[in-house]
Write a protein that binds this ligand. Structure first.
Ligand code: ADP
Length: 328
């Protein structure tokens, strides 16, 4: 099955906001993660695919079907939201099976399907519990199980891990990946957490200002960001962007070294992060955005206020056009 969005545009009259400014995406049997800062249009795009938000222009195609003017129920799309909406007065099993029951499936067949999908999402030991007896992560898995009990044509997840604690979140990343593999349909997952995106995705679409700036594998996005904006959004830290004779030179903080014959700099601050540290530097170069940052092993941490030299290898440089911000 394939999912395509072509030339999607959407403006909200209130506030005159252009939420989608010509979005194209094409995906197949894979986990596509949409990442971008808050307000970049991610939810609007997902809602448009689901049929919850009519587009001003553009098309949504699922397989060979143009579903642009179809209502949500006719699109065969499963969607899970940030806040798992489960019915508090129904057991986990009844919550998961509710859609099948509404479709008039028999009791035996519902029970079998509930068991199967509960197994995939690791909630089979919770089937007799009430939602009030579940953790946030468990509730979210129940919501996923309910949405995926029947294999949909397309699966949409809107920040499903946002309100789940850090430990469950790590585990659920893997479970969502496994779910996509077992369903074998396009799964589009929205998050503002780019590390989550890089960790989970087959491909990542980076959104900013209602546009998709780049859509690529996590490895390619990190190694070859197409624009300075992508270079700032994707990675463990924003890329350093330095003005240099009509172009912008980018160097990742994790590629910066101290010492040797390089740029003179003053250490403004040092923050420890486990075995590493984040060093904020001031140097006689024009930093296009933010501060000059270096990520170093904690054992190599300099003292704040001291003077150091900063170096990097030429092969670790990324070059961008100063006017357009596009990779050169
Ligand atoms: P994201 O999911 O990336 O945070 P959204 O798609 O929710 O972004 O929103 C994109 C832009 O559209 C934002 O500026 C938001 O304020 C605006 N927006 C979203 N929904 C509405 C709405 N129903 N009415 C008016 N503006 C909206």
């Amino acid at each position: 099955m394939s999912l395509r969005v072509e030339g999607a545009r959407k403006a909200f009259r209130a506030g005159g906001v252009v939420a989608l400014d010509g979005v194209d995406i094409a995906t197949e049997d894979e986990l596509l993660v949409i990442v971008g800062p808050s307000g970049s249009g991610k939810s609007t795009l997902l809602r448009a695919i689901a049929g919850l938000e009519p587009l001003d222009a553009g098309r949504v195609l699922i397989g060979d079907r143009d579903v642009t003017s179809l209502p949500p129920a006719a699109r065969d799309v499963a969607m899970v939201f940030q806040e798992a909406a489960v019915f508090p007065h129904l057991t986990v099993a009844a919550n998961i099976g509710i859609g099948e029951r509404a479709r008039g499936a028999g009791r035996r067949s519902i029970e079998a399907r509930v068991r199967e999908v509960a197994g995939v999402l690791d909630v089979d030991h919770l089937l007799d519990r009430m939602p009030g007896e579940l953790s946030g992560g468990e509730r979210q898995r129940v919501a996923l199980a309910r949405a995926m009990i029947r294999v949909p044509a397309v699966c949409l997840l809107d920040e499903p891990l946002a309100s789940v604690d850090a430990e469950s979140r790590l585990r659920m990343r893997g479970e969502i990946r496994a779910l996509q593999r077992s369903l074998g349909v396009p799964m589009v997952h929205v998050t503002h957490d780019q590390l989550e995106a890089l960790a989970m995705a087959d491909r990542v679409a980076v959104m900013h200002g209602g546009r998709v700036l780049q859509c690529d594998t996590p490895t390619a996005l990190y190694a070859r960001p197409a624009t300075t904006a992508v270079a700032r959004i994707v990675g463990p830290l924003p890329m350093n962007l330095l003005a240099s004779e009509g172009r912008v030179v980018g160097v990742r903080p994790e590629r910066i070294r101290l010492g040797g014959d390089g740029l003179r700099a003053t250490v403004l601050a040092v923050e420890q992060a486990g075995e590493e540290c984040l060093v904020r530097l001031e140097a006689p170069v024009e930093v296009v955005e933010g501060d000059l940052l270096a990520r170093l092993p904690w054992t190599a941490a300099p003292e704040a206020g001291t003077s150091v030299t900063v170096t990097w290898r030429t092969e670790d440089e990324h070059h961008f056009d100063a006017t357009t911000g596009n990779r050169r």
